[in-house]
Design a protein around this ligand. Structure first.
Ligand code: PLP
Length: 500
């Protein structure tokens, strides 16, 4: 097969192979790796309709990760999509009212991050072997709540790796925090920072760009990589579930041949919806890609006006994994609509970094027609949870509820009646308090684990293993630091000396 190479969205440096891009995470010039072209699906949708989830994942990934052998890639897939998921479908579909929900929360940590983070550690260790890397790989991750636990679960006790996760101390749900601070594995470290997610993310980015720190680590036998959604090894596995969902709806007769399927995605860092864009470019008949935001509606404003402006108040909401003002993966889309011109993209990113704002010219905005931005506030989120429960007996988590609200509003605003897929990104069990108080306010007074019991009664769905496991688990991580102290904490964990 023809090799597919990857380039930085900011242009410096030579193209690299898929395995090199996965190992590196962020490109050295601060850009994100993108494939030189998006491959067309080799399999027909009729063929794909007969495939299992792992088979679909292979059909998609082999076209992007061309320097992996069939055996390597199938080995990674087999280790990822196994009994860690509570259903062999891996990503089941559920119809409620007239929307199709793609449930991506059946993995080990009951959020959609498991779809990519259960495979990334395997892609990374294979990549290290392929490239003769002897250093230990140190994964640095900033999390708005769900990535952290999914990455910890994926990398814990994986030989040749360590993982450090930073989360905003007061910016995640109680269950999200408990999931992380109870993480076992001597190669893991979990740190709360006094700041918000963007502080955590920019602190991690600064460490990736710190050449002096890099040399120090190199001398001690370590190198950094990233498990954040900037890593192409996270983006590509996510393309698979859009292909899978379309093919399954086709097989079930919900879609006719070539019929358009719209998609609504609850969005934070823009990784999940970008995977839908890639799936569409591969040839899946997807229509509008509806980008749903909560009150941190930077992306909504961007799609309406062409101006990206992060200079605004950061709002803590009931959908914390979408509380993001700088959506890293948007850079890959900007690069695309800038005609794959890295200098042009780099200029926008430089503006964003310096002033917090950039505006696309008309001609670039014209290339954003695949997308539609929507948002809802806290009241709209709670209303969607209550309304879908009352109409269909189906319980949404707050992130999915934002998407459901926006999907319905999109239909009303535009009159577009095409079938709609809503991407369901977390189990309601991760956000019991918000979910139950939306349905019935008096629940709000019970403690969180009692709420899990109440939710089980209401939904008839048993409490997931991920929640049972942490009920009584001891807290193993207690480090809290200022954002300026992040490099010191990392060096301490690795036993690398800090000068004063
Ligand atoms: C991470 C996350 C999102 C946002 O996904 P992006 O790829 O960052 O846009 C939405 N919902 C949940 C539950 C998440 O964990």
């Amino acid at each position: 097969m023809e090799q597919l190479f990857y380039r930085s969205t900011r242009g410096a440096g030579e193209p690299v192979t898929a395995s090199q891009a996965i190992l590196q995470g962020l490109a050295r010039d601060g850009g994100l790796y993108v494939p030189e072209r998006i491959p067309r699906l080799e399999n027909t949708l009729e063929e794909l309709a007969e495939m299992s989830y792992p088979e679909t994942a292979y059909a998609v990934m082999k076209q992007f990760f061309t320097d992996f052998t069939e055996e390597e890639l199938k080995g990674c897939i087999a280790k990822a999509y196994d009994s860690k998921f509570d259903t062999p479908e891996i990503a089941p579909l559920r119809k409620a009212e007239d929307l199709f929900y793609l449930e991506l929360f059946h993995g080990a940590t009951i959020a959609f991050k498991d779809m990519a983070l259960s495979i990334l550690p395997h892609l990374m260790t294979v990549s290290a072997r392929k490239n003769g890397v002897k250093n230990e790989i140190v994964i640095l991750t900033a999390t708005s709540g769900d990535t952290g636990k999914a990455a910890l679960a994926g990398f814990a006790d994986v030989e040749g790796t360590r993982i450090v996760v930073f989360y905003p101390k007061d910016g995640v749900s109680l269950i999200q925090e408990k999931q992380m601070v109870t993480q076992k594995g001597a190669n893991t470290l979990v740190v709360g920072i006094r700041g918000n997610f963007d502080d955590a993310q920019s602190g991690v980015k600064a460490m990736f760009g710190d050449r002096a720190l890099e040399q120090k680590l190199q001398a001690a036998g370590f190198q950094f990589s990233s498990a954040n959604s900037i890593n192409i090894g996270r983006l590509v596995p996510q393309v698979a579930y859009y292909v899978y969902a379309y093919a399954k709806l086709r097989k079930q007769g919900e879609l006719g041949p070539g019929e358009t399927l719209n998609v609504t995605v609850p969005t934070g860092n823009f990784g999940n919806i970008l995977a839908a864009y890639y799936a569409k470019a591969m040839g899946v008949p997807l229509g509008k890609l509806v980008c749903a935001s909560n009150e941190n509606k930077v992306l909504f404003d961007f799609f309406r006006t062409g101006t990206y402006d992060r200079n605004r108040e950061f709002i803590l909401t009931s959908s914390p994994s979408m509380d993001i003002l700088v959506s890293s993966n948007l850079e890959r889309l900007i690069y695309q609509v800038a005609g794959q011109d890295p200098q042009r993209n780099a200029a926008f990113m430089e503006q964003l970094n310096r002033t917090g704002v950039y505006t696309l010219p008309e001609e670039m905005r014209g290339r954003l027609q695949d997308f539609y931005g929507g948002y809802t506030d806290e009241a709209g989120t709670a209303e969607a949870i209550r309304q879908v429960y009352q109409a269909a007996g189906y319980i949404l988590d707050p992130h999915t509820a934002v998407a459901a609200h926006v999907a319905k509003a999109y239909r009303q605003e535009t009159g577009d009646t095409a079938k709609m897929l809503v991407v369901s990104t977390a189990s309601p069990y991760k956000f019991t308090r918000s979910v139950l108080s939306a349905i019935q306010p008096e629940y709000g007074r019970q403690e969180d684990f009692a709420l899990a019991d109440a939710l089980s009664q209401l939904s008839g769905i048993p409490i997931p293993r991920a929640i049972e496991d942490i009920r009584s688990a001891p807290v193993l991580h207690r480090t809290v630091c200022e954002k300026e102290e992040m490099p010191k904490v990392v060096k301490g964990f690795l036993g690398v000396k800090s000068e004063s």
